[in-house]
Ligand binder design. Sequence first.
Ligand code: CP
Length: 310
Amino acid sequence: MSAVLRHILDARQFTRQWLDDVLFPATIELQQTPAAQFGQPLAGKRLFYLFYEPSTRTRVSFEMAATLLGAGVHGIDSQEDQVRAERLEDRIQVLNEYPFDFLLLRYHQEGGAARAAAVSRVPVINAGDGVGQHPTQALLDVYTLKRELGRLDGLRVALVGDLSYERTTNSLAYLLALFSGLTLYLVSPQLLRMRQEVRDYLERSGAQIKEVRDLRAIASELDVVYVTRAHTERLQHAQRFEGDRAGSYALDADLLAALPQHARVLHPLPRGPELPAELDADPRIACFRQAANGLYVRMALLSLLGDTRD
Ligand code: CP
């Protein structure tokens, strides 16, 4: 895979070699550089963000990443107008008529970013497409794990919550599958199992997959707990359906105590009661370091997208 990126659409487009040799070194270098010394490698370039759903982290970290690298930022977000009133492809083609260099798109339906890329002359970045994927979140997630644990091979990772409809866990599963010796515990209600195509991909990669109802049963075996929002109507319905057999998809003090000392707890945020703020003082809770890393991963991605060498 070339160091040059055309679009960022799907976590499956990345290789382990590209992560190890291109993205991680570029991100570490940016993270170690004082902000005053970034230079302006994207001076004269412009990012447009088009968000059909709200966002804090993805939008703001990309805005800040572009700004720190010297690019201009413009955009429309979900609160600003009737963004759903016009055909997506028409919007993208119109935006292509203006001198933007990157389109950052969060769309409410799976496949939105691929549809945009099919008609766009400039790079499209998938900032989350419905229940599909969130590839830049997964890139910052694996970068965070590498930084926190020093390795990505041989990890025992629990993905927790609504694994049918959670785009962050789809993308993260695809990236984790690039690494050897992975044991992935899929902790969800039966009604919200990880979708078949993701499980098939994981199995083809050689990962060991274990479907689990209750996080408590495996806590002591884990290197990583990746918690996602558990207090959604869908998940609560699935738990009601399971009645007495309903599992646990949240962290509490007892569960934290059962995790190994080296383990890390990640959450893409925003969180709900599944990751109580009272636990934040425990250094194993890495969700804010994870969000902070997102800025540098996204700076590296914009730098690579802005590099038009073949
Ligand atoms: N993790 C994440 O995508 O957060 P936002 O919805 O705030 O972008």
